[in-house]
Design a protein. Structure first.
Length: 127
């Protein structure tokens, strides 16, 4: 079974680049905003989500907070500005990983596989 991944990023170039880089190993689809991600996850759940932090409208943390209380995709938060406070907030909101942009694609692939495995085992339930 191929892992279904949702990429959420408002930057079309980064979103398309991530999709191209992940396609083949994962079944990838993408949206441009947190609001679109909510609708897409309701339409078709994902095992893993690669989520940009800094987006207009709903931020990555905002989306994670909206998903709290639901079992959901293992989420890797990407941000150009990571620090301990953001990392703590992301994990508190349910992220399973936080990576700095630009990130190493090998590390991102590994994080996606781990997040999906947790989700499949039923161990991932957003608090």
């Amino acid at each position: 079974m191929m892992v279904n991944v949702l990429v959420v990023d408002d930057d079309p170039g980064l979103r398309e680049g991530l999709c191209l880089a992940l396609d083949g190993e994962f079944e990838v689809r993408s949206v441009a905003s947190g609001e679109e991600a909510l609708a897409e996850l309701n339409r078709l759940p994902a095992l893993a989500m690669v989520l940009d932090q800094n987006m207009p409208g709903m931020s990555g943390l905002g989306l994670l907070r909206r998903l709290q209380g639901r079992s959901g995709p293992g989420t890797i938060l990407l941000s150009s500005q990571t620090d301990d406070d953001l990392t703590d907030l992301a994990f508190d909101a349910g992220a399973v990983g936080v990576l700095a942009k630009p990130c190493d694609l090998g590390v991102l692939r590994r994080e996606i596989r781990q997040a999906a495995a947790e989700c499949l085992r039923g161990q991932l339930h957003l608090a």
